[in-house]
Design a protein around this ligand. Structure first.
Ligand SMILES: *[C@@H]1O[C@H](CO)[C@@H](O)[C@H](O)[C@H]1NC(C)=O
Ligand SMILES: *[C@@H]1O[C@H](CO)[C@@H](O)[C@H](O)[C@H]1NC(C)=O
Ligand SMILES: *[C@@H]1O[C@H](CO)[C@@H](O)[C@H](O)[C@H]1NC(C)=O
Ligand SMILES: *[C@@H]1O[C@H](CO)[C@@H](O)[C@H](O)[C@H]1NC(C)=O
Ligand SMILES: *[C@@H]1O[C@H](CO)[C@@H](O)[C@H](O)[C@H]1NC(C)=O
Ligand SMILES: *[C@@H]1O[C@H](CO)[C@@H](O)[C@H](O)[C@H]1NC(C)=O
Length: 514
């Protein structure tokens, strides 16, 4: 959620008692590129295949998060078009609405595919802190204990949402276990209700420890930390330049709490050589692009936004590839925002072909598989994409081996309308996954700029993918289409041609033929 104005969280009366403080503010960025050095353009060129792997993340996770998040519904022009969603005023959250969706995660197909996280987005918390200066639920709209009890009884997990800093109503409150007042941590004010922190101030870690301990007592299993900087580029209100310490503080506090929790950073943290390794020390996932929500309508997303999201993944993973080659193992999963493939085009805003391609991209990216949409109306395609055995096997593979681009015909890594990607091969089995895509005409943000219409032949050889016998790979692979089930065999001197209409893609499981 980058749109604070959208929510108009109950505005507190101006806190007249607060000393007016200003914070060091960055140049107000209106585009991503204004944040110079933050999002470097990755190097291109044909290189031998470096198999990319994602290790155990900072908070101890071997896979990306899987579950569902409230924001796609909250972001609709009228959230109440979703049956069972009865929260009538902003921020459009209440117990019954949340549980009407998350209870679907407890059904057999979703549990078997490990979609366990029920993640509450912006608006779940109050602007008034508790007597310890800590962030608490907005009890006017929800009962966190009741939600948490139901979720955990069903084998599910609870996620919450926060910005760096604290509501300014923490002014005058003592940090638990200290004689330090919370307002001595303040370094500036985001708006009428939210204060920033000075991450050098004594007591700052103690505040985070107390905050996370309180959330642990609610049964929180995941924290989404939004508006982290450097990054979060379209910083309405000009955020302080560097709130990166918030990630470290929450990480330390999670460890101190003794309760396992994920930490997910939003939105679009800087990803240069300074920052990728830094985030990897504290977080489990970082967002790679803006929100993919439309906000003004009753469909969730569109193809232009997704083309941009896919291009951001290409840039992100090539930067991570450079990090891995430089000796910094990858320990972050990308967060490509909510996965919006559960519902038909009427609600999702994307056709079935686009849904398949979106699933292929999120799976291949090893991205968080945190769904959005209406889980009470998952159609046949949605069920197949999310809960079929092919989907589960692929998700488990990609959890360890994220895909990287290899251009059809060359093996380069440029952004292309007709693209190929490879993940693996796995050290244990020699298997790999390949995505072959025709993203369709570039709608402006796809990074490739071409506009081929209709069905295209996309031809990929094993050597384009880097699977050469000279590099020790098998001379021949079977290619099995994960969604259709059919297969064929491709040898080193041969290639595979996929005939793909605009926006279509195929996901293949490659197995070496011995
Ligand atoms: C990374 O980006 C930050 C923020 O723009 C910048 O200050 C820093 O110098 C960059 N680091 C590198 C190595 O380019
Ligand atoms: C919140 O839910 C818990 C658990 O169901 C219950 O014991 C408690 O009374 C509820 N609180 C309020 C204010 O309704
Ligand atoms: C932050 O806290 C440190 C340590 O107390 C202090 O030296 C510094 O002046 C503070 N910075 C701001 C902007 O308040
Ligand atoms: C699309 O899904 C909605 C439920 O989300 C359903 O009411 C509608 O009939 C479906 N439309 C088509 C064309 O299947
Ligand atoms: C699956 O069948 C389709 C339709 O006959 C064909 O175009 C495609 O190449 C086949 N895929 C594989 C992997 O053999
Ligand atoms: C390709 O997609 C276009 C646009 O959706 C559609 O009109 C056309 O019929 C499709 N072509 C084939 C061969 O499926």
């Amino acid at each position: 959620m980058p749109s604070r104005s959208k929510l108009s969280l109950t505005a507190l009366a101006a806190l007249a008692s607060l000393v007016a403080v200003t914070s060091a503010q960055c140049v107000e960025a209106s585009t991503d590129t204004d944040l110079s050095g933050c999002y470097p353009t990755p190097q291109t060129g044909v290189e031998p295949l470096t198999v990319l792997t994602i290790g155990t993340t900072a908070n101890g996770y071997a896979t990306s998060a899987r579950g569902w998040n409230t924001w796609s519904i909250q972001s609709l022009a009228d959230p109440n078009i979703v049956p069972g969603w009865d929260a009538t005023t902003a921020p459009y959250l209440d117990d019954a609405s949340i549980l009407s969706q998350c209870s679907v995660l407890a059904t057999t197909p979703f549990q078997a595919a490990k979609f366990t996280l029920c993640s509450l987005d912006g608006g779940w918390s109050a602007t008034e802190v508790n007597s310890d200066g800590l962030i608490v639920p907005n009890t006017k709209i929800l009962n966190i204990t009741a939600i948490s009890d139901v979720l955990h009884a069903d084998g599910l997990l609870l996620g919450v949402y926060v910005h760096p800093g604290v509501p300014c109503s923490a002014n005058g409150k003592l940090i638990p276990g200290t004689d330090i007042y919370a307002n001595t941590l303040f370094s500036g004010q985001e708006d009428q209700s939210q204060c920033y922190f000075n991450y050098s101030a004594p007591g700052i870690q103690e505040w985070h420890n107390a905050q996370v301990a309180l959330w642990a007592s609610y049964g929180v299993d995941m924290i989404k930390l939004d508006f982290i900087t450097p990054g979060s580029p379209l910083n309405d209100g000009a955020l302080p330049c560097d709130m990166s310490a918030a990630s470290t503080m929450y990480h330390n506090a999670i460890a101190a709490s003794g309760r396992p929790m994920r930490l997910d950073l939003s939105w679009k943290p800087c990803r240069n050589t300074t920052w990728l390794p830094f985030w990897g020390q504290s977080a489990d996932a970082i967002r790679t692009d803006n929100d993919i929500n439309l906000y003004y309508t009753n469909t969730f997303t569109d193809w232009q936004i997704l083309q941009q999201a896919f291009e951001n993944y290409r840039q992100y993973i090539l930067l991570q590839r450079a990090e891995q080659i430089a000796g910094h193992p990858i320990v972050l999963h990308p967060d490509m925002d909510n996965l919006l493939v559960a519902n038909n085009a009427t609600l999702s805003g994307i056709t079935d072909d686009m849904r398949v391609t979106t699933m292929n991209m999120f799976l291949g990216a090893s991205a968080n598989l945190v769904l959005g949409g209406d889980l009470n109306n998952v159609d046949t395609l949605g069920l197949q994409l999310l809960t079929s055995s092919g989907s589960k096997l692929a998700a488990n593979f990609f959890a360890e081996y994220p895909m990287q681009p290899r251009n059809p015909g060359t093996g380069d890594v440029l952004p292309l309308q007709l693209q190929a990607w490879i993940a693996g091969p796995s050290a244990a089995t020699g298997e790999a996954y390949v995505v072959v895509a025709n993203y369709g005409p570039d709608q402006g943000k796809g990074g490739y700029g071409t506009a081929l219409e209709g069905v295209q032949a996309v031809t990929v050889s094993l050597s384009d993918l880097g699977l050469t016998t000279a590099a020790g790979y098998a001379a021949s692979y079977t290619w099995r289409d994960v969604w259709n089930g059919n297969g064929t065999s491709v040898s080193a001197t041969d290639s595979f041609t996929a005939y793909l209409n605009a926006t279509q893609s195929s996901l293949f499981l490659l197995a070496p033929v011995s």
